[in-house]
Design a protein around this ligand. Structure first.
Ligand code: PMP
Length: 359
C-alpha cells in the first residue's frame, strides 16, 4: 500500500492541466505568445528570450539540482522556494477539517501557516530549552493522531540552529510508516556537517527532504528550492504545481550559479560564513548583556540576552535588525542573529559593547 493511502483522493485522481506542446526547432503558434522578444530583453541579454513561455518543468535545472543533492531525477521537483513545497505537501496530504500536521516548536512558522490555510490542525511536540531543544521522539509519536499526515522536522532547525540526529528521524519514519510522511526541512543543511537525509530516501517512501537555494547558495531573490522524495509522491506534487512555475530569468540565474567556478566561489563564501559565525559567537559570549548562545550549524545564532528589549533598542539606534520572538514564551529574551559580512558583524559587536557600557 505505502504512501498512496495517505494522499488526498482528489490529488490521486487529479486531471493534469494540459499545456501547449513544447518541442525544439518548431514554429510555436500554439501558446498565444508574441513572436518577438520584449524590448527589455536587450538590457540583460538573457539565455532565453522572454516572449516565450519557459519550459513547463526546467529539465536542465532539475538535472543540475538532482546532481547537486545526489538524488535520482525522478525523485526531485524544483519549486518556487521551499515555501512552495511546504504548501504543496500540505495540500496534497491534508484534508480540511480532518487531518493534521505535527510540528516541533520552536521551529519555522510557515508549516503552521500553510496548515491553517488548508484547514488542517497543527499539533505540537515542543523541543524544550531545558532539554537543549533536543527532540523527544516518544513524545512526538504520542502527539500524532490517526489523521496526522505530515510530521515536519526542521534540521538544522530555524531558529535554534541545532541538528536532529538522522537516527531519530529514521526512527520516527519507521514508527509512522503508512501513517504519516516525515518532511525534513534542510534549508540550512550546507552550513552543517550532518549528512543529508537525501541519502536515506531509498529505504523510506515516507521521508521527504526540502532543500533551498535561498541560503547557502545566496539566491533568495531567485525563489528556487526543491522537494526530494519517492518518485510517486514527486509525481503527485508535479501534477499540482502550476505549469511554467519557474520564470525564465530564474532558470537563467540558477543555471549560472551552478557553473564549476561559481560553485567554488559559493563554497568559499559558505566557509567564510561558518568562520564568521564562530568569531561572532566568541565576541558575543564575552559581552555582559549576553546570557546564553546555543551551538549553531546554520548561518545564524540564537542568543538569550539579559534584557532583550534594551538590546533591540540599542541595535535599532545603529539601524541593525535582529529577529525577536515576542509571542513565544520558550524564546523569551532571545534573538536570532544572522551572520553578516565581517564589517556588519563588527558593527553589531561594537553596538552591543558600547550600549552595554552606557548603562
Ligand atoms: N525552511 C526554513 C527552515 C526556512 O528558514 C525558510 C526561510 N526562512 C524556508 C524554509 C523557506 O525558504 P525559501 O522559500 O526561500 O526556500
Amino acid at each position: 500500500m505505502g504512501i498512496e493511502s495517505l494522499v488526498r483522493p482528489e490529488i490521486l485522481n487529479l486531471k493534469r492541466y494540459v499545456t501547449a506542446r513544447q518541442e525544439s526547432a518548431t514554429v510555436r503558434m500554439n501558446a498565444n505568445e508574441l513572436p518577438w522578444p520584449s524590448q527589455s530583453d536587450s538590457a540583460t541579454v538573457p539565455l532565453m528570450p522572454l516572449n516565450r513561455y519557459p519550459e513547463i518543468r526546467p529539465q536542465q535545472l532539475q538535472e543540475v539540482l538532482a546532481d547537486y543533492y545526489g538524488v535520482p531525477l525522478k525523485c526531485l521537483l524544483a519549486t518556487r522556494g521551499s515555501s512552495e513545497a511546504i504548501d504543496l505537501l500540505i495540500r496534497a496530504f491534508c484534508q480540511a477539517g480532518r487531518d493534521s500536521i505535527v510540528v516541533t516548536p520552536p521551529t519555522f512558522s510557515m508549516y503552521r501557516v500553510y496548515a491553517d490555510i488548508q484547514g488542517a490542525e497543527t499539533l505540537s511536540a515542543p523541543m524544550l530549552p531545558c532539554n537543549n531543544f533536543q527532540l523527544d521522539v516518544d513524545a512526538l509519536l504520542a502527539t500524532c493522531k490517526p489523521g496526522t499526515k505530515i510530521i515536519f522536522i526542521c534540521s538544522p532547525n530555524n531558529p535554534t540552529g541545532h541538528v536532529t540526529p538522522a537516527a531519530q528521524i529514521l526512527e520516527i519514519a519507521r514508527a509512522r510508516r503508512e501513517k504519516s510522511i516525515v518532511v525534513v526541512d534542510e534549508a540550512y543543511a550546507e552550513f552543517s556537517e550532518a549528512v543529508s537525509l537525501c541519502s536515506s530516501l531509498e529505504g523510506f517512501d515516507n521521508i521527504v527532504v526540502l532543500r533551498t537555494l535561498s541560503k547557502a547558495l545566496a539566491l533568495a531573490g531567485a525563489r528556487c528550492g526543491a522537494v526530494v522524495g519517492a518518485a510517486p509522491l514527486i509525481g503527485w506534487l508535479d501534477a499540482m504545481l502550476a505549469p511554467y512555475a519557474l520564470a525564465t530569468p530564474v532558470i537563467d540565474s540558477v543555471l549560472r550559479a551552478f557553473t564549476v567556478e561559481n560553485l567554488r566561489t559559493s563554497r568559499d563564501a559558505l566557509a567564510h560564513i561558518v568562520r564568521e559565525r564562530e568569531r561572532l559567537r566568541k565576541a558575543l559570549s564575552s559581552q555582559s548583556q549576553v546570557e546564553h548562545i546555543w551551538p549553531s550549524q546554520t548561518n545564524f545564532l540564537l542568543v538569550r540576552f539579559r534584557n532583550l528589549g534594551r538590546v533591540v533598542d540599542q541595535l535599532r539606534l545603529q539601524r541593525i535588525l535582529v529577529r525577536d520572538f515576542p509571542h513565544d514564551t520558550q524564546l523569551a529574551e532571545c534573538a536570532r542573529i544572522t551572520v553578516g559580512t565581517p564589517e556588519e558583524n563588527d558593527l553589531l559587536i561594537a553596538a552591543l559593547r558600547d550600549g552595554g557600557e552606557v548603562s
